[in-house]
Ligand binder design. Structure first.
Ligand SMILES: [Zn+2]
Length: 181
């Protein structure tokens, strides 16, 4: 993604959510300003977390059960709840999606990347925080929630194009480059 050209969420509100009058071009995709009552709302970037779990040359991947990008590959993770620390959010997501009652390894911050998440006609701009885990053994997988299936895949067999989310594609490309496949 070109960092010199910020992309905002799409204009979302045609009518003011407070005074209900038509707002014209009051929503530029970054913020909404009502020309009538001065109500202001920012389409702020939402934070999300994802796990890069690697073991013996394999990456733990999930299959997305729901849209957006249902059926494509993904990394376990999800959105932060308000007031929630990223590490807590990721531990919660791993419990919900894989049945892990405890983290199988320490969370090591990997990197952060911008992403877009289309849901029900709304494009959310996100900041995805990636954490790496290197468990000594492969924990059992009990896929649930918005994960249809989970499995270990050898990095050399994974193609970034199999992943529905741009930020996950970038992670897989980086991992493959790092291991020379
Ligand atoms: Zn208004």
């Amino acid at each position: 993604m070109d960092p010199t050209r910020p992309l905002y969420a799409r204009p979302l509100f045609r009518y003011c959510p407070r005074c209900a009058r038509e707002a014209g071009d009051g929503d530029d995709g970054r913020r909404f300003v009502c020309p009538h009552c001065d109500f202001r709302y920012y389409h702020n970037v939402a934070a999300a977390v994802a796990a890069v779990v690697v073991h013996d040359g394999a990456l733990l991947i999930t299959h997305r059960a729901h849209d957006p990008a249902a059926g494509t590959l993904d990394l376990p993770g999800g959105f932060l709840d308000p007031g929630e620390a990223p590490e807590h959010a990721l531990a919660r997501e791993l419990t919900e999606e894989l049945g892990w009652s405890a983290l199988p390894a320490p969370l090591l911050f990997h990197h952060a990347a911008p992403n877009y998440y289309e849901y029900a006609g709304v494009r959310y701009a996100t900041c995805d925080l990636f954490y790496r885990l290197e468990p000594a053994t492969r924990p059992p997988l009990a896929p649930a929630d918005d994960v249809a299936h989970a499995e270990w895949r050898t990095l050399a067999t994974l193609e970034p194009a199999e992943f529905g989310m741009a930020s996950a594609r970038e992670v897989v490309a980086r991992l493959r480059a790092a291991c020379g496949t």
